[in-house]
Design a binder for this molecule. Structure first.
Ligand code: LLP
Length: 463
């Protein structure tokens, strides 16, 4: 269908959603820098470019859908965290947000450490040459085999998540003739203001050992008695996609409180605390994330102040940002396949990916932005819903968006801020192939994770 022949979107004044998309933006061609990677812009032809490469070239060369990652932006964000926390703290990038060997090398070069939470992430980190002592190993149910591998490799710390695991790790370390550095993950009882599935500091959930009722203190008591363990600190992660700093502050306060109790009971001052990740990013223009230096300042100040009051030596702080580093660095590039106006409702725009490359909309009601990136358009805004190609009506990528009414099959759309938890949570639902990750930098684009093929799918199907 030619662009001019395409019917304009339905009149939608009566179905405008609430919140971010309650009114169309003044100019749909303008890209809000808040939600796009740093090097993204439009060239003179109206085509969006990233890292000096335009999206039409990327689509031709690598196909769609594709995750397109701005390497310079990734490195800049990693560096910003590193610089903000300085030499007296450690930044562990949370690999669960997105991990590949290229990413591990960038982190290594930028001086960050790495948090892994499975044998697969550990294998990826080690295979890319991340020094084991800069790796932290997480998880609420690490297998014996995973623990064995981590201890044998010499990971810098294992974060213990249960009473059983305290004993398990101690035994494995002893059997290997080692003393494993560990932190104990506690739940501090903070209600983080985020989606229920990604809040992790309240007590009624699977992670950590509750501070309440003296359980965390008991865990420390037991761990300190075991020869296979060297308890280096306490860990707290309150949740993810958080904007309100107060949760982190309360957590820091309670963690220091526990350090004080430990000192009073055992005469031991644990040297480290880890305050986890969780800093929110902008998915739409309505989000206002905090900068790493603000977080660093707030956390360092509160820990310093509390320690001084408790007459404790200030512990070394570590943090574990995932989303805040990789999230904004990538967008997903899709091609429009069909445009279906539903009179009086909205226009459904189908793209060539969907819930298999971005499950966050379906899983968390996450909001995303979207833009027409293969050309500029002066057409009227139409209220659209960007949907995928899966056999499920909940297969929504962007629930409410304004797109130009002349949108047509063949146009390229990009959904920004998909660097975190999109490729890493991608699936093969409907046997759809997972898209590649293409890293762009200084006018060069290269595949860092290749597109899945039907051979890849069939390789596992051995029946
Ligand atoms: N540290 C620990 C112990 C964690 O469990 C997590 C995330 C992080 C650090 C990194 O959090 P971040 O800075 O990325 O918020 N799939 C969900 C997010 C789950 C987060 C799990 N843990 C999503 O797509 O929003």
């Amino acid at each position: 269908m030619s662009r001019s022949a395409h019917p304009a979107g339905p009149r939608h004044a009566d179905v405008l959603p609430e919140g971010h998309y309650s009114a169309p933006p003044a100019d749909l061609n303008v890209l809000d820098q808040k939600v796009w990677a740093q090097t993204v812009g439009r060239n003179d032809d109206g085509v969006v470019t990233v890292g000096g490469v335009d999206v039409k070239t990327l689509a031709e060369e690598f196909g769609t859908p594709a995750y397109v990652l701005d390497e310079a932006d990734f490195r800049a964000r990693a560096r910003a965290w590193r610089t903000a926390f300085g030499a007296d703290a450690d930044v562990f990038y949370a690999g669960k947000a997105f991990l590949s060997r290229a990413v591990v090398r960038w982190l290594d070069e930028e001086g960050l450490n790495l948090d892994v939470c499975s044998g697969g992430e550990l294998a990826t980190a080690l295979s890319a040459g991340m020094p084991a002592e800069r790796i932290a190993f997480h998880g609420n149910n690490k297998s014996t085999e995973e623990i064995h591998r981590a201890v044998e490799a010499g990971v810098g710390r294992i974060v213990l998540d249960s009473f059983q695991e305290i004993v398990r790790v101690a035994h494995i370390a002893q059997s290997l003739g080692k003393r494993q550095k560990v932190q104990i993950r506690i739940t501090v009882g903070v209600e983080a203001h985020t989606h229920e599935f990604i809040a992790t500091a309240h007590e009624d959930q699977k992670f950590g050992i509750p501070l309440a009722g003296g359980q965390a203190a008991e865990a420390v008591r037991r761990a300190l008695q075991l020869d296979g363990l060297e308890v280096i600190g306490i860990h707290s992660h309150i949740g993810s996609q958080i904007f309100d700093m107060s949760g982190f502050e309360v957590a820091a306060h309670r963690v220091v409180g526990l350090l004080k109790d430990i000192r009073d009971e055992h005469g031991v001052e644990l040297p480290e605390i880890d305050l986890g990740g969780g800093l929110g990013i902008a998915y739409t223009s309505a989000d206002d994330p905090r900068e790493p230096h603000e977080i660093a300042k707030a956390l360092t100040e509160i820990v310093g102040r509390e320690c001084e009051a408790a007459r404790l030596r200030t512990p070394r702080i570590s943090v574990e940002p995932g989303r805040a580093i990789v999230g904004p660095t990538a967008f997903t590039l899709y091609e429009v396949g069909t445009v279906k106006p539903l009179e009086g409702l909205r226009t459904y725009v189908s793209v060539d990916g969907g819930m298999s490359d971005n499950i966050r909309t379906a899983l968390y009601d996450a909001e995303y932005s979207v833009a027409l990136v293969s050309r500029a358009s002066d057409a009227e805004p139409m209220l659209a819903r960007v949907v995928g190609k899966h056999c499920e009506s909940g297969d929504i990528v962007v629930k409410d968006a304004f797109l130009p009414a002349d949108l047509a099959p063949g146009d390229l759309l990009a959904v920004p801020a998909t660097g975190a938890y999109c490729r890493s949570m991608a699936s093969n639902y409907n046997h759809v192939l997972r898209p590649p990750v293409v890293a762009v930098r200084d006018g060069e684009a290269r595949v860092i994770v290749r597109r899945e093929t039907e051979e890849d799918l069939l390789r596992l199907d051995v029946g």
